[in-house]
Design a binder for this molecule. Structure first.
Ligand SMILES: Cc1cc2nc3c(=O)[nH]c(=O)nc-3n(C[C@H](O)[C@H](O)[C@H](O)COP(=O)(O)OP(=O)(O)OC[C@H]3O[C@@H](n4cnc5c(N)ncnc54)[C@H](O)[C@@H]3O)c2cc1C
Length: 234
């Protein structure tokens, strides 16, 4: 299978970087193909504006989605965005590797989504959720936290981790059609000690090797909603 890892950590010796390096090693040695976008090393620009485009539909008033639709028609995306879109088209499995920052993605990775997941190319015209552009592909979050698992339960002080991840898993991955796999989470990465971190690396290896046998998170299908996009009453 073809794996595309979008890696967002500024420190090459971090545990996140160890997870990405180990994933590549495991996947390379088990007959898979891997492409990594190491956003900090690439100095990826996360700021979404006119520089996303080599073409202009309206030079007087910038509406990003209008420009995205136009760029899709005229092949007018900036080279850095185009390169990431090609990796998305290529992959069977997309993985985001990152430290949880403020209950979400680090800005460099959120900016990658803002710029690369463009209307026209990646969604739009009724292509969303189970009718999305990336249907048939899988996506998974792999991340580390500062807090412990107990802080992220229904009764934990930070709330249920799956509610926190819903905007990413559902609002980004599922929106554009991916089958969303349960996240791989390293809880309290800097506090747990080397031995536990080694065990996490092994657990991650198993997750990667079992990716085809891992059931996706179940979300309602488009057909479950009425014309106002409200769940149909049974
Ligand atoms: C802006 C910001 C916002 C944050 N928001 C949140 C939040 O909302 N919720 C939350 O829970 N946390 C939050 N945090 C904490 C953050 O999530 C953690 O600091 C981060 O997840 C730790 O992962 P890391 O890769 O950076 O760890 P690192 O500190 O880089 O690594 C942890 C340890 O692993 C060691 N290590 C490296 N490689 C290996 C290896 N191969 N084998 C074994 N050990 C290794 C390192 O030497 C280090 O001792 C936030 C932090 C910041 C800076």
């Amino acid at each position: 299978m073809k794996f595309f890892i979008v890696h967002a950590h500024p420190e090459p010796n971090s545990f996140n970087s160890a997870l990405t390096r180990y994933a590549k090693e495991v996947l390379d040695t088990t007959g898979h193909e891997v492409i990594i976008s190491d956003l900090y090393t690439m100095q990826f620009n996360p700021v979404s504006d006119r520089r996303n485009f080599t073409s202009q539909k309206d030079p007087n008033y910038f509406i990003q989605q209008v420009e995205e639709m136009h760029a899709t028609e005229v092949d007018g995306f900036a080279p850095d965005i185009k390169a990431e879109m090609e990796k998305l088209d290529w992959c069977d499995v997309l993985i985001f590797q990152f430290p949880l920052w403020w209950f979400g993605l680090p800005a460099i990775l959120k900016g990658w989504v803002d710029r690369v997941f463009a209307m026209g190319k990646v969604y739009g015209g009724g292509r969303f959720y189970d009718n999305g552009v990336f249907q048939g592909k899988k996506a998974m979050l792999s991340f580390t936290t500062g807090g412990s698992l107990t802080m992220y339960t229904e009764i934990g002080i930070n709330g249920n981790i799956h509610s926190i991840l819903y905007p990413i898993n559902h609002g980004i991955f599922r929106f554009v059609g991916f089958d969303v796999l349960p996240p791989f989470i390293v809880w309290g990465a800097s506090r747990i000690g080397d031995e536990r971190r080694q065990a996490y690396l092994e657990e991650y290896k198993q997750r990667l090797l079992m990716i085809n046998a891992t059931p996706a998170i179940v979300y309602p299908a488009l057909a479950d909603f009425d014309e106002d996009f409200q769940l149909k009453q049974l």
